[in-house]
Design a protein around this ligand. Sequence first.
Ligand SMILES: [Zn+2]
Length: 147
Amino acid sequence: MNCLECNKELGYQDHRNSMETLGLELCTAHQKRMHKLIELNDTPIEAIQLYYGLKNAGVNAMLEWWDGKKSVDIAISRVKLNIEIDTKYHMMTHEQAINDLEEAMHSFKNGFTTIRIPHVLIKHYLKETVNNILGIMEGLKANIKVI
Ligand SMILES: [Zn+2]
């Protein structure tokens, strides 16, 4: 059991705390960093889990990337892909829906594609979610080449 970020070996207590609060294997220092990120940006735990899922698949992503207007949960800048994790999927109001659409419009204008992923998907289908994102990245890469 080693830290996913720095590869430091984890003690029993460290491992237990980390799995209980984040569902990921992180050392004390990196747990602290993630809790700070959550506190500052209201980052969903699933965004952090997806970030490490992508990292494990060799994808260089950024957590809580500031796009000039708002903080994006995960950004993969190489293919201009933004990923937002929806945590209130079942309670979406029309105000939220129009806000999401407007955000998507702004992203597209800047050449970014935004996808929204319900948090439950990461909980139950992390591997499949990562595979689909890899496919989306390939598609975006192909489009960039055409331009
Ligand atoms: Zn660490």
